[in-house]
Design a protein around this ligand. Structure first.
Ligand code: TRP
Length: 343
């Protein structure tokens, strides 16, 4: 194999992390530590593509780091750091701004959604966001990126950038001793116990940190009482639970809660329905509330403990950044050499 397997992923320090981030991403990131060389980043430079309150941003960076650690990312096994500490992210992003084409960026659906109607007033950073993301990944020449469905288009752009770079500079890359191209064709890894955790208020919408109702999501900072209350108040329909997955069709709220139960208990939807099928929702919700509290309250307690010790969290980020910088500097040296900049 030409490229050593390496995982890179990141989350933005904006708003509250929630159950969807945990079951859809973090659980999987934690598992990948056993099989891959992993780099996990708090992408704070992506956060400032939209205006952030500076004091809130600083605490959000520590909060996401605390969530990473509480969920089980081990800074001894993996590199855990925040993006802005490794200047090479911005440096490589500039080179990629010069590789990517306007037409490619014009197609990005996330930009269209985030910029909304007032496109002229969106930041240049928001537009160039995918090039910074490609730089995050390719700086470590990562081969696998665990992400949600919504990031697939950005991963395609990452591959387009890698391919164009590999083609545009083929002779220089070969002369530098890279017979198979300099950047790998990175693959998204879309898996996790529950890749689509939906809002507790509306089963057709994803659980989101920006939902106006806090009852729509279970935040990783919610305490046991809040978790239990949100589960009990979650929207459902009047029918009892079916005994088989087929019976969940067209019942998005029921499907979501059963999916969450299955993911948290590490059982299949079939097994969960075999146990609760035919029963009332209230019984199932009580069981789900107990399970969610049992699984999430320790994580919540760990996060609080970590947040009470910002010196420790900052130390993890500093150490992670030092290790990340070693890889990043090596890549950047090659890139400068290949492109024709003096090292
Ligand atoms: N765009 C990603 C999101 O909003 C965050 C992100 C930035 C990312 N850089 C990344 C994810 C690199 C994976 C790899 O979820």
């Amino acid at each position: 194999m030409a490229f050593a397997q390496r995982v890179f992923s990141g989350m933005q320090p904006t708003g509250n992390l929630h159950l969807g981030n945990y079951l859809g991403a973090l659980v999987n990131w934690v598992k990948m530590q056993d099989t891959h060389d992993c780099v996990y980043c708090v992408v704070d430079m992506h956060a400032i593509t939209m205006w952030q309150d500076p004091a809130a941003l600083k605490s959000a960076i520590r909060e996401v780091t605390a969530a990473y650690l509480a969920a089980g990312l081990d800074p001894k096994k993996s590199i855990v750091f925040n993006q802005s500490k490794v200047a090479e992210h911005a440096e490589l992003a500039w080179v990629f701004n010069c590789v990517a084409r306007l037409g490619w960026l014009n197609r990005m659906t996330q930009f269209k959604e985030k910029a909304g109607k007032d496109r002229e007033n969106a930041s240049v950073g928001l537009y160039a966001y995918p090039c910074l993301m490609a730089a995050d990944i390719l700086l470590y020449r990562a081969t696998h990126v665990p992400v949600g469905e919504d990031q697939k288009q950005h991963l395609e752009l990452t591959r387009d950038v890698a391919q164009k770079f590999n083609n545009d500079f083929r002779p220089q890359i070969e002369a530098a001793g890279f017979a198979d191209g300099f950047f790998p064709m990175t693959e998204p890894v879309i898996q996790g116990p529950a890749t689509r955790v939906m809002s507790l208020r509306d089963g057709s919408k994803k659980m989101s940190k920006s939902d106006a109702s806090d009852y729509a999501r279970i935040n990783l900072t919610d305490d046991a009482d809040a978790i239990a209350q949100k589960v009990r108040k979650a929207k459902t329909d009047p029918e009892p639970l079916p005994s088989e997955p087929k019976g969940l069709e067209g019942r998005s709220e029921a499907e979501n809660l059963v999916g969450i139960y299955a993911a948290l208990s590490e059982r299949s939807v079939e097994a969960v329905l075999a146990e609760f099928g035919g029963g009332q929702f209230s019984t199932f919700k009580n069981a789900l509330a107990d399970l969610a509290v049992a699984k999430l309250a320790p994580l919540n307690a760990d996060m609080r403990r970590l947040l009470a010790d910002p010196g420790f969290v900052d130390g993890v980020l500093k150490d992670g950044a030092e290790r990340a910088r070693v890889i990043a500097a090596e890549t950047m040296n090659h890139v400068k050499d290949i492109v024709g900049l003096l090292r």
